[in-house]
Design a protein around this ligand. Structure first.
Ligand code: ATP
Ligand code: MG
Length: 362
């Protein structure tokens, strides 16, 4: 009874071809999956040798016989390879052949389980191609970046230094207008140089692996403020720093984030009121959330996401200098730390930038 139930079960399986071979390799049983995958009906295939499932080349090299020999010797033969359907088409098969022996060791035959992996193999290949294309375009991007750095910086340096030379040697011989034009060239060249280095730095963030570890954010902020002390004095800004957590990350990268946030707070200040910048943390859940708040010019809340994208700026370069890369870089760095950056702002009241970062165990 239970044997019959088992046979019915095997016969009804559709995803796998499950069948038996006699000891000499002729097909002895057939199930629904075998018919579906290979095409033959039971009455068409039972009694025929199983080598019809193999390609011409495999048959000629006696591969079917060798597979049975391996199964006989070690009990099992497994592989993935091309097999042939009744209509002559080929499919990529996963094959397991097991030897079946009587209690006294006599070989009774073989069981064979075959799965059609053509679609999976095609998917694997598509994935491999996509990965190869992706790393190729990454490589091209890197080459492009180094082209930008060297080939573009060199002529730029030449233009800047010759404009500088003109100014130094001929300032008193040239008229006011000419001197003004030269100043514009020098200034433009300096801005372009900064843009190039900013873009290069930005493209490097994701490409270069950096060491990660516990980082005291209070040290990061102290470093940044020391670096920016002239700019802080220039803006007559009052900086208030609250208690800051220990986070998991890379110190240099975190310095970059807060350098830009604090520099932005200084840059986009409202001249009609004294600038106050508050830096602190609020602890919510597993992540630390650090904020940088200013009472500067602010922006409309709808623009909060746009400004995180590269080159997105709300003001002209004449009014506020900058490349429009700072927040995009901060976003990329935060995401590489499994964190996030977002902003709340109101025009003419001020802005708060939030950065969430994973906390580190003390
Ligand atoms: N604290 C802030 N208050 C008001 N506007 C801000 C503030 N921070 C950023 N912005 C707006 O977001 C834009 C993008 O900022 P981001 O730091 O990415 O670029 P940037 O400061 O213009 O140039 P840089 O690449 O040199 O940092 C700014 O041009 C500005 O319009
Ligand atoms: Mg900035």
């Amino acid at each position: 009874m239970s044997e019959q139930r088992f046979r019915l079960l095997v016969e009804s399986v559709r995803d796998y071809a499950i069948f038996m071979l006699e000891a000499d390799g002729t097909v002895a049983t057939w199930n629904a999956g075998a018919e579906r995958i290979k095409g033959w009906k039971a009455e068409e295939i039972i009694g025929r040798h199983f080598s019809v499932f193999y390609t011409e080349a495999d048959r000629r090299s006696e591969k079917p016989k060798r597979e049975l020999a391996v199964a006989m010797r070690v009990g099992k033969y497994e592989e993935e390879g091309w097999r042939v359907r009744q209509d002559g088409s080929q499919f990529w098969a996963s094959v397991v052949i097991s030897a079946i022996r009587a209690e006294d060791g006599e070989l009774l035959g073989f069981s064979k389980v075959t799965r059609d992996l053509t679609e999976r193999r095609a998917q694997d290949l598509r994935l491999q191609t996509a990965v190869a294309e992706l790393s190729k375009s990454n490589r091209e991007l890197e080459e492009y970046a180094s082209f930008v750095s060297h080939d573009l910086q060199e002529p730029l340096r030449k233009m800047a230094s010759f404009a500088e030379l003109l100014r130094a040697k001929y300032a008193d011989k040239l008229g006011d207008d000419a001197n003004k034009y030269i100043a514009v060239i020098v200034d433009g060249a300096a801005r372009m140089r900064k843009l190039i280095t900013d873009v290069l730095d930005y493209s490097r963030i994701g490409r270069e692996a950096v060491p990660m570890g516990g980082v005291e954010l209070s040290e990061v902020i102290a470093l940044v403020l020391k670096d920016l002390d002239l700019a802080v004095a220039d803006a007559s800004a009052k900086i208030e720093t609250g208690e800051l957590p220990l986070v998991w990350g890379n110190r240099d990268r975190l310095v970059r984030i807060f350098q830009n946030l604090i520099l932005n707070a200084l840059k986009y200040r409202e001249p009609s009121r004294p600038l106050v910048v508050r830096i602190g943390a609020r602890s919510g859940g597993g992540d630390a959330v650090i904020f940088v708040r200013d009472n500067g010019i602010g922006f409309r809340q709808e623009q909060a996401e746009t400004i995180m994208r590269p080159f997105q700026r709300l003001h002209t370069k004449e009014r506020y200098p900058g490349s429009g890369i700072g927040l995009a870089a901060a976003k990329k760095i935060a995401e590489l730390h499994q964190g996030r950056i977002w902003a709340e702002s109101k025009p003419d009241e001020g802005s708060t930038f939030f950065v969430s970062l994973p906390k580190a165990a003390p």
